[in-house]
Design a protein around this ligand. Structure first.
Ligand code: B12
Length: 475
């Protein structure tokens, strides 16, 4: 039994996520309500974490700041279908719309459609608008689903408020960024919503019960909270969803980020932060300033984040003591997508802009600074040979010789919709993608094998995945 099944809300115990009236977000009488829903993700076996839905906190902020609407947030990872019914009882009649966030895979689309079906059974259901990573790659297909009234492509903090304004008759629909409405008879589109994001940080935490998201993370600290401080990525890895940001990158400055972290520490007594930025270290000056700030302010936190190996090489070229400062400031773990141990695959297929030798060098540097490296790999790329896969496993073996011994995680290549040449290649080689939103709801990255990936390959990848064990559930 994993921890998330034992959480309040899923066991039927009363709890407050999203419903308690809280400072700064109390509903103002007379204002319409925007319902934001983060559907449940069916976690892979033994994965005990889910985290605060920054996808929706990011949207909620400009909505609340506008003073136009009340916002309520439902997290399906915390609360079950029965709780959704009660939530609808309380809010749906005053709602101007329901905003739903979806990523591809993990069963989230299926759970999203279940939430919407329940809402549409009501005597009154406002328009349902979908957004999120899946929409950002398959907007047209998502908008065509009969349960979906509209989609908003791109950063929601730049579009959701205008969509709400359009529903309130204050903005014409053609001016809503990223809007697409397809009712089966006609299609209405808004203006483009560029991938540049911004407006991050100082989120309306009180829409959630933050305490419910604090985790005992053995690789970080006993009271760890997640955080997202940037969006986008500047690298070109060909399999990655982040390419939809067209290598545009927006990040909070170190000062406001430190203010936010200090505030969370003060309010919720956290002692660890796990950053879920695609790459926390794109801007090296920001990263160094963040580390300095943690030390100068005496925040005494442990933290973890993702890094691209090229960030470390770049820091060396600039003679910045990046890893030293990261370690000194309390970073306990760095997550790095290594992808392959073969130079042809790294160069031609992944476009990782790094060699096997450089990876080994960078990983040794991370270990020498006492930081736990957590390295992820992908096997089963289209066109990858057995010998090339073997190189990945020998690299894993070499990395395991480091002290502290790194975590290693081997993923099977899964084509992500619309991303890069690898998607086209996979389709060419016989991968049959789902053709509707409903069909995507059954798609699971961990079991949907590409035609050229054997069960033996999948079993070996599982066997070579070695992560520090998650804590035992206490309740
Ligand atoms: C945290 C996280 C998770 C958490 C879940 C989140 C949670 N709250 O518990 C966990 C760890 C469970 C998770 C799981 C998975 N994840 Co995940 N995850 C992330 C991560 C690292 C951060 C998400 C986040 O908070 N981002 C910050 C917010 C602000 O950005 P955002 O979500 O994109 O939201 C913006 C827009 O998309 C849009 N938007 C979002 N929702 C909505 C809703 C509306 C109405 C509107 C208008 C707009 C809108 O506006 C937002 C603000 O700009 C992202 C990568 C990343 N850095 O974003 C991957 C990512 C979302 N995950 C991804 C995937 C595929 C998965 C998995 C399904 C598979 C996998 N291999 O990891 C698994 C689930 C599998 C399983 N069975 O366990 C992909 C999604 C790709 C896609 N095409 O959908 C991403 C992008 C990673 C990647 N680079 O490939 N994930």
């Amino acid at each position: 039994m994993t921890t998330f099944l034992g959480l309040p809300g899923l066991s039927g115990a009363p709890q407050s996520a999203g419903t308690a009236p809280v400072a700064g977000t109390e509903p103002v009488p007379g204002r319409p309500t925007v319902i934001l829903a983060y559907p449940k993700i069916d976690h892979e076996k033994d994965y005990v974490y889910f985290w605060m839905p920054f996808s929706l906190l990011t949207l909620a902020k400009p909505l609340l700041e506008s003073g136009l609407v009340n916002v309520v947030l439902f997290d399906g990872n915390q609360r079950d279908e029965q709780a959704w019914e009660s939530f609808l009882d309380e809010y749906v009649n005053d709602a101007v719309c329901i905003g739903v966030s979806v990523m591809t895979g993990g069963g989230q689309i299926g759970h999203a459609l279940d939430l919407v079906r329940a809402a549409k059974k009501r005597a009154f259901c406002p328009p349902v608008v979908f957004g999120g990573p899946h929409v950002n790659v398959l907007a047209e297909q998502t908008a065509a689903d009969p349960l979906v009234d509209a989609v908003l492509t791109g950063p929601g903090q730049n579009s959701m408020l205008d969509y709400v304004r359009s529903l309130l008759g204050r903005v014409p629909r053609r001016l809503v960024p990223g809007l697409r409405i397809d009712d089966g008879e006609r299609v209405i589109t808004g203006r483009p919503n560029p991938p540049r994001t911004q407006n991050l940080g100082a989120y309306p935490w009180s829409l959630l019960n933050v305490a419910d998201y604090i985790r005992d993370d053995p690789t970080v600290a006993p009271r760890t909270l997640n955080y997202v401080s940037s969006q986008g990525c500047v690298y070109k890895c060909d399999f990655c969803y982040e390419k939809i940001y067209q290598r545009k990158y927006s990040a909070m400055l170190a000062g406001p980020l430190l203010d936010d972290i200090a505030d969370l520490k003060e309010r919720f007594a956290i002692n660890g932060v796990k950053f879920y930025d695609a790459d926390f270290f794109v801007n090296l000056q920001r990263a160094m300033a963040f580390c300095d700030g943690l030390i100068d302010r005496g925040l005494n936190l442990r933290w973890a984040a993702s890094i691209n190996p090229n960030d470390i090489l770049k820091a060396r070229r600039k003679r910045l003591p990046l890893l030293e400062r990261i370690a000194e400031s309390g970073c306990s773990r760095l997550l790095m997508g290594v992808e392959s141990g073969n130079d042809r695959v790294l160069d031609e297929i992944v476009k990782k802009e790094i060699t096997r030798a450089e990876i080994l060098d960078v990983a040794a540097d991370i270990a020498n600074n006492g930081i736990l490296g957590s390295y992820t790999f992908i096997v089963g790329f289209p066109g990858e040979t057995e010998a090339e896969v073997e190189d990945t496993y020998t690299l894993i073996e070499e990395l395991r010789g480091l002290d502290p011994q790194p975590e290693t995680r081997v993923h099977l290549f899964a084509p992500y919709p619309g991303v890069g040449e690898l998607w086209d290649k996979a389709v060419e080689l016989g991968f049959e993608p789902p053709t509707s939103l409903e069909a995507w709801s059954h798609f699971d990255y961990y079991t949907s094998l590409t035609p050229w990936t054997s069960d033996a390959t999948a079993a070996r990848a599982r066997e070579q995945t070695r992560m520090r064990l998650a804590p035992t559930p206490t309740s």
